[in-house]
Design a protein around this ligand. Structure first.
Ligand SMILES: [Zn+2]
Ligand SMILES: [Zn+2]
Length: 288
């Protein structure tokens, strides 16, 4: 668990560089977890990030055939960040990785699981979110800082349906597993973009204001994610890790931007979109 000992800028830089070159480290051992990450993932399931940024703002539909008419619109979406590189609430510990709990349409979903299951569960409990209250787990992509807490979480809640991108191969010991290779409905008002760029899926939530998009690292590119969401409606909010994204013009129509985790240009996004910028961090709660 050498990663946990890395602190400060150089540690973050090293980890960031490792992620950039696509190392999906899945051999992180979870102290105290009954299921180790090794037990969940077999070897050689590393994925490589794609380089496929396209222009943003294309408006034509992609031929998506998924049914998107929901009988009940979501009125309130609550997003609680439970794992992030920084903390937004006193007493919570930051760590490199991302996870948030999404409540919408009477359903509760854990989006990603951070790097360390013990810390994930500690933070959830500190925020009075019981693991047993989670209906589904959405794994954005195979990098360890998003999958590391999965085993520990499933030890607490084995009934949750786990949605993974198809590039996360050879996953084992999960009772209820769904692989999302293309856009799909998960629940009323809640969709996956399906795996984009052969690396990552993003979460789409329909609200009366437009779409709330939640991303892990946005390795597939923010423009591609925004475009993939268009068949479902107009993007309204973007929450999550944006990695090295710098095509800031793509964000101009959003009404809320909460860049978290690996986002390299947080301060630039804040200065450009200060009116709609929301600072992330473990413990931050967004109600949309
Ligand atoms: Zn990440
Ligand atoms: Zn990543």
């Amino acid at each position: 668990m050498f990663y946990a000992r890395l602190t400060g800028f150089f540690g973050a830089l090293l980890v960031s560089t490792m992620l950039c070159i696509g190392m999906a480290i899945q051999s992180v051992f979870l102290p105290g977890a009954m299921i180790s990450v090794q037990a969940l993932f077999q070897q050689d399931s590393a994925v490589m990030p794609g380089g496929f940024l396209t222009g943003c703002g294309r408006t034509e539909e992609s031929g998506e055939s998924i049914e998107t008419k929901d009988s009940v619109r979501s009125d309130i979406v609550k997003i609680t960040i439970v794992y992030d590189n920084e903390t937004g609430k006193k007493g919570l510990r930051p760590d490199w990785g991302f996870a948030c709990v999404v409540e919408a349409s009477g359903w509760t979903m854990l989006f990603d699981t951070g790097a360390d299951g013990a810390l994930l569960l500690e933070t959830m409990r500190a925020l009075q979110i019981e693991p047993d209250s989670i209906d589904g787990v959405f794994v954005s992509h195979a990098h360890y800082d998003h999958t590391g807490g999965l085993a520990a979480f499933l030890n607490e809640n084995g009934r949750a349906v786990v949605y993974v991108p198809t590039s996360l191969k050879d996953i084992r010991n999960v009772d209820h597993l769904v692989q999302a290779d293309s856009a799909m409905k998960l629940h009323e008002n809640i969709y996956s973009t399906g795996e984009l760029g052969e690396i990552e899926q993003s979460l789409i939530i329909k609200t009366d204001h437009g779409l709330v998009l939640i991303v892990g690292c946005a390795h597939s590119g923010v423009p591609d994610i925004l475009e993939a969401a268009l068949p479902f409606g107009t993007p309204y909010a973007l929450v999550g890790g944006l990695h090295d994204f710098n095509e800031f013009d793509c964000l101009k129509n959003l009404k809320l931007i909460c860049p978290t985790h690996c986002t390299r240009y947080k301060s630039e996004i804040e200065s450009l979109f200060g009116g709609v910028f929301v600072k992330g961090g473990a413990g931050v709660v967004l109600k949309l």
